[in-house]
Design a protein around this ligand. Sequence first.
Ligand code: PBG
Length: 343
Amino acid sequence: LAPPASAEAQPRPAPRGEPLLRLRRNRKADWARRLVRENVLTPADLIWPIFVCEGVNLREPISSLPGVDRLSIDAAVDSAREAQALGIPALALFPYTDPALRDETGSEALNPENLVCRAVRAIKETTPDLGLITDVALDPYTSHGHDGLMAGEEILNDETVEVLVQQALNQARAGTDMIAPSDMMDGRVRAIRAALDAEGFQSVQILAYAAKYASAFYGPFRDAIGTRATLIGDKRTYQMDPANSNEALREVAQDILEGADIVMVKPGLPYLDIICRVKDKFGLPTFAYQVSGEYAMIQAAVNNGWLDGDKAMMESLLAFKRAGADAVLTYFAPRAAKLLQGG
Ligand code: PBG
């Protein structure tokens, strides 16, 4: 940055090589720092991802996600109440499907009585004003752990989209507020939007996982939903190559064209450059997902006594705001919201 003309014209010489500009002046005390702070984090920036399982009054720890449990529906309802009390606007729901119900085509995704649908209804009954986001992708329901239908080695695109449309409708009928396709099939946003509108769900939003990368940081999530051991191969024919950045803009542009209300970049911290480019170029609501492996990394260091947990958490979340994200899906959501409330 060139100094402004007035600064250049400053008559005062610096004979002993003193700094011409003292940026530290604005940092000299907490009150001064607060006055010039450019970004703030509030509970309204947070979305809390929750794993739901069968059972009653059950909280099942997930070893690779220390501090995060799979919750039976009644426990998820408690978390929904907690979220509301903390000022967290929305939950994102992910199911751990009974392995006996998983098959080649992910048919349980279309069951109106599946875990996610029952959880949506139960949460809406107690906390109707809390936003609910449900994932559209087949991986929690398929025996092979892929987000789409498989033919040999291949993940079929158009055939998968037809099923995803049915999955989205199933969730909308259960009362979800926001459909979040995380599958990365081409053309799914347009197909889902059209089907939702045709059935009278004009106000159900679409949060498109627009730039979702084939990332190593999803490992603990796959433990949580029980697909780590069963996943055949990897997801590189549909999720993006971590080497690419321009391609992310094309993905986002396409999802906007197809009717996405909000776009998401995923993972989070390793992809702040993508968040920044997307927000700069399109200016629409842009969310980030601080994924399971990012949470696990920080938490593992904290559990070893190597990091100050609260500070590392808040700094990582603020970084998303600075990059341009409007909200962050994060497993830290309740802890961060508590801290922000001064608790
Ligand atoms: C799957 C899905 C994944 C995540 C959210 N939805 C994993 C994957 O693509 O394998 C990852 C979230 C996380 O790691 O926290 N459709």
